[in-house]
Design a protein around this ligand. Structure first.
Ligand code: SAM
Ligand code: SF4
Ligand code: SF4
Length: 337
């Protein structure tokens, strides 16, 4: 029988954060002032091992998940990450195995990931302009390496490569059109994401958001586009195709037009906690159960009960929430985007 939450939403996607570390310090996610050289990240014993992740992933697939996204932190900074991809790619019943990465280490790793069985990849790239990109990554990195990573991903057979662009007002809205000029076509799908109030550290304000509507208007000035339907129910991006027939883009409107009513996503944090919403303040401890002698059945019962009780719809009620609630949200890099 299909596992449904209190709003009758099935459990379909699992996002797994494989590390809380990152080589970038994007101010909207891990501001450099807070995550400095003395910041204590999780130690080896606190994070799930590859074997533990594989076991949980199998259990999730047995109770309904058919898509897994590997994320972080930056998944490519976890040592030998391809050795996790391989067993995950063999799980019966898993239809889609994908990863979100900032792409900086991709030039040397794309081939290994493909050979290990990764099916799709999303690379984040907020600007082609070196100064704007540096501001967005907090680390003075130039965009060229990420662009090489995208090229390499195409070369080894990840096609199309999705490219995530977080749009922050006053910072990178001028990067939207240059990104389209560069990546328009069949090989890439740009996805423009409204800047979200994830976590507690990015000093998010509504005034920093460029809405999906505004993004579409900017694009229409140079590239006529028209909406197309969803690939599947619960797809986060609204899709548009270029009227000249050469490619498509996505726009993710989590703030201006929330999509909680079709949200089928669970998230597993680096330290083995299950979150049923990106904006949740409660993580349910799976790691302790994994490290005790609990059977697979007991673990599946635990997950199924949590999902059955799920009533999250943060983005739909965001505007009615008081500020103190925001103080306790989990940080995005810990549970993945
Ligand atoms: N490090 C990888 C990366 O950046 O692609 C994976 C983890 S990152 C948390 C996943 C995605 O979340 C990225 O595309 C990132 O741009 C996006 N993201 C992070 N903070 C965000 C925010 N405040 N609003 C919207 N998207 C955000
Ligand atoms: Fe790192 Fe990704 Fe967060 Fe940027 S968005 S700090 S690349 S985890
Ligand atoms: Fe899903 Fe929570 Fe985002 Fe709504 S706010 S779409 S429930 S993750």
């Amino acid at each position: 029988m299909e596992l449904l939450d209190t709003y009758k939403r099935p459990l379909r996607d699992l996002r797994i954060s494989v590390t809380d570390r990152c080589n970038f310090r994007c101010p909207y996610c891990m501001p450099a002032e807070i995550y400095g050289y003395s910041y204590k990240f999780l130690n080896k014993n606190q994070i799930l091992s590859f074997e533990e992740i594989e076991r949980v992933a199998k259990l999730f697939v047995e109770i309904g998940v058919n898509k897994i996204r590997i994320t972080g932190g930056e998944p490519l900074v976890r040592a030998d990450i391809h050795n996790l991809i391989h067993p995950l790619s063999k799980i019966d019943g898993l239809n889609d195995l994908t990863m979100t990465t900032n792409g900086y280490l991709l030039p040397s790793m794309a081939r290994k990931l493909k050979d290990a069985g990764l099916e799709r990849i999303t690379v984040s790239l907020d600007s082609l302009d070196p100064e704007t990109f540096k501001e967005m990554n907090g680390r003075n990195f130039e965009p060229e390496t990420v662009m090489l990573g995208i090229d390499e991903a195409i070369k080894v057979g990840f096609k199309p490569v999705k490219i995530n662009v977080v749009v922050k007002k006053g910072v990178n809205e001028n990067s939207i059109l240059p990104l389209i000029r560069k990546y328009k076509g069949e090989d890439h799908i740009l996805r423009f994401i409204e800047y979200m109030d994830v976590g507690t550290l990015n000093e998010w304000k509504k005034e920093h958001v460029i809405t999906a509507d505004e993004i579409v208007k900017i694009i229409q000035k140079e590239f006529p586009i028209e909406p197309i339907g969803e690939n599947y129910i619960g797809e986060v991006a609204s899709r548009y195709r270029f009227k000249d027939g050469n490619g498509e883009i996505g726009v993710i409107s989590s703030v201006s037009v929330p999509f909680c009513s079709t949200c089928t996503r669970a998230r597993l944090s680096t330290d083995g906690k299950l979150y049923t919403c990106l904006f949740s303040n409660i993580g349910h401890d799976i790691k302790t159960l994994l490290r005790s002698d609990k059977s697979d059945e007991k673990l599946k019962d635990f997950i199924a009960k949590l999902w059955g009780a799920r009533d999250d719809r943060y983005s739909e009620i965001r505007s009615s929430l008081s500020t103190p609630t925001k103080k306790t949200k989990v940080e995005m890099y810990a549970i993945g985007g």
